[in-house]
Design a protein around this ligand. Structure first.
Ligand code: ASP
Length: 456
C-alpha cells in the first residue's frame, strides 16, 4: 500500500480536489490520504492556516473575531458548493470551529494549536465526504482515534515511539482513509501541531507506521529542482536523490518537502516520491537511500537567509579548557539553538537563526560573554545567508570546494565562512544576504551549466 499526501495548493479549491480524487481512484494501493488545509489558489491568495492564525490571535486579544471566522468558513463553503457536497458538512465545520474558539485560553499555545489544526481537520472531513459522494469507500480518521501520539510542545510536536504500535493497525483497514495532516495528540489528550508545513511530517509518520511501500508527496511542481526556480531560470530536474541530500536541501530553504519529514521515512527505508497533482503522469523525484554519484557528485544548491553570528575573540582561547562549553551554556540558558561554529585559534563565531534573537537577549549574551568569559571582543553581526552545495558524491570527488570558491571569486562575492561536516554531504558558505542570489546563480552555472535538463 501507499500513503499519499496532498499539500495546500493540491486541496485549495474544488477543481484541485477533483484532481486529488482522480489520482486516488487511479491506484487502489493509495490507501491512506493525508491532506493539508486549503492553501493558496493563486499567488495573491491567503492560506487557510494563515487565516486561522489571524482568527486565533484576534480572538485571544479581543475576544471577538466573527469576520475572520466567516472568512475561514467561506473557503469551505465555496469548495463544498462547487463539489456539490451536502451542506451539512459546513454546519459540522462551523460548530467545530466555534467549539474550538470557546475552549480554554489559559495556555495560548494550546489554544492556537487547536485553532490552527482545524484547517487540516475540517478539510479532511470535507474531502472524505466528497470521496464518499463519488462512490468511494472513504472515511475521515482523526489522529486521536488512530493513536498518533506526539510530545507536548505546542507548535513543535515530535512523534512518540509508541505511536507506531497503533499506526500499524491502519494497514489492515478496508477503506481509503482520509487523514488530516499537521497534528497529533499528547498522551494526556491535548492536540499539538507540528512546525509549519508539518503535514509532510504526518505523511511520513503514517508511511513509516504502516510500513507502506511508498510515500507519495503531491505538490505543485513536477520535481525537486537543483536550485530555486525563482532565482535560477529553468533549473535542472532531479530524478533521484538520497534522504540525506533532501534533508540538507530542505533545511537550507527548499520548501518542496519538510526537512523533519525525512527522518521517519529514512529510518524505515520507505522511498519517497515527490509528484505534481497538476501533472500526475510526470515521474517526479524519487528520494531513496542510495544513488549513483559518479556523474553528479553535486545534486543541488540551496540558500537560506536570516542568520546572525556572535563573534567572540579572546587571546589564548585555544588553551582554555572548557571555553566552548561555557560559551554554549550561555546560549543554552537563553534557549537558543545554533547552526554552525567555525573557529580560529583565538576566535570563534556562533551562527544561529536570527528570529531567535531580541535586543534584550543580545544584550544579556554580550554582557555575560564579556564578564563571565573575559572575552577581549564580542559582537553580533546580522543579515547573513548560508548557501549550501549538497551532494553525496562530494565525498569521493576532489576539487568541489575549489570550483565553488573560484566561481564565487569570479562573481565578486566575499565568503565570510566555510564549513564542511565530516560526512561531506554538504559544503556551507556563509555570505552577506545581499549576495545570496548572485552566489546561487554562480554556483549553479559552475556545477550544472552544462547539464541537459535532468540529473539522475
Ligand atoms: N497547513 C499547515 C501550514 O500551512 C501545514 C501544512 O500545510 O503542511 O503550515
Amino acid at each position: 500500500m501507499k500513503v499519499a499526501k496532498f499539500g495546500g495548493s493540491s486541496v485549495a479549491s474544488a477543481e484541485q480536489i477533483r484532481k486529488v480524487a482522480a489520482i486516488i481512484a487511479e491506484d487502489t494501493e493509495r490507501k491512506i490520504v493525508v491532506v493539508s488545509a486549503p492553501g493558496k489558489r493563486d499567488k495573491h491568495d491567503t492560506k487557510v492556516t494563515d487565516l486561522l492564525i489571524e482568527l486565533g490571535e484576534l480572538s485571544l486579544s479581543t475576544g471577538k473575531a466573527e469576520e475572520q471566522l466567516q472568512a475561514v468558513l467561506e473557503r469551505y463553503r465555496l469548495i463544498a458548493d462547487d463539489l456539490k457536497v451536502n451542506r451539512d458538512v459546513i454546519s459540522v465545520i462551523e460548530a467545530d470551529l466555534r467549539e474550538r474558539l470557546e475552549s480554554n485560553r489559559d495556555k495560548p499555545g494550546v489554544f492556537m494549536d487547536a485553532i490552527k489544526a482545524s484547517g487540516e481537520d475540517n478539510n479532511a472531513k470535507l474531502i472524505a465526504a466528497f470521496l464518499k459522494s463519488e462512490g468511494m469507500n472513504a472515511i475521515y480518521l482523526n489522529p486521536k482515534d488512530a493513536g498518533l501520539l506526539v510530545s507536548d510542545e505546542p507548535g513543535n510536536a515530535q512523534v512518540l515511539p509508541e505511536a507506531y504500535d497503533h499506526l500499524i493497525k491502519l494497514r489492515d483497514r478496508e477503506e481509503v482513509i482520509v487523514f488530516p495532516g499537521f497534528f497529533g495528540y499528547s498522551p494526556e489528550g491535548t492536540l499539538v501541531t507540528f512546525p509549519r508545513g508539518g503535514s509532510d511530517i504526518t505523511g511520513a509518520i503514517l508511511a513509516a507506521g504502516t510500513q507502506a511501500e511508498l510515500y507519495e508527496n503531491f505538490t505543485d511542481v513536477d520535481s525537486v529542482y537543483a536550485a530555486n526556480p525563482t532565482v535560477v531560470e529553468n533549473p535542472v530536474e532531479i530524478k533521484r536523490m538520497t534522504y540525506r541530500e533532501m534533508r540538507e536541501l530542505s533545511y537550507a530553504g527548499f520548501s518542496v518537502f519538510h526537512d523533519e519529514a525525512l527522518i521517519p521515512a529514512f529510518r524505515n527505508g520507505i522511498p519517497v516520491c515527490v509528484k505534481n497533482t497538476n501533472n500526475p503522469s510526470s515521474s517526479g523525484t524519487m528520494i531513496i537511500a542510495e544513488r549513483e554519484y559518479f556523474f553528479n557528485p553535486v545534486i543541488g544548491i540551496a540558500a537560506d537567509d536570516g542568520f546572525s553570528t556572535i563573534y567572540v575573540r579572546k587571546y589564548l582561547m585555544n588553551r582554555e579548557v572548557g571555553f566552548g562549553r561555557r560559551l554554549l551554556q550561555i546560549l543554552e540558558d537563553e534557549g537558543l539553538s545554533y547552526e554552525h561554529i567555525p573557529s580560529g585559534i583565538d576566535d570563534t563565531s556562533v551562527i544561529l537563526r536570527d528570529h531567535q534573537l531580541t535586543e534584550e537577549i543580545e544584550g544579556r549574551i554580550i554582557g555575560r560573554i564579556k564578564h563571565e568569559l573575559h572575552a577581549d571582543d564580542v559582537y553580533i553581526e546580522k543579515d547573513f545567508s548560508m548557501v549550501m552545495i549538497v551532494g553525496e558524491g562530494m565525498h569521493n570527488t576532489v576539487g568541489v570546494s575549489a570550483r565553488a570558491t573560484q566561481a564565487l571569486a569570479r562573481a565578486g562575492v566575499n565568503i565570510e565562512m566555510i564549513n564542511q561536516g565530516s560526512s561531506e554531504v554538504s559544503l556551507v558558505l556563509g555570505i552577506h544576504q545581499e549576495d545570496s542570489d548572485r552566489t546561487v546563480k554562480a554556483l549553479y552555472e559552475e556545477f550544472f551549466g552544462a547539464s541537459d535538463g535532468t540529473i539522475q
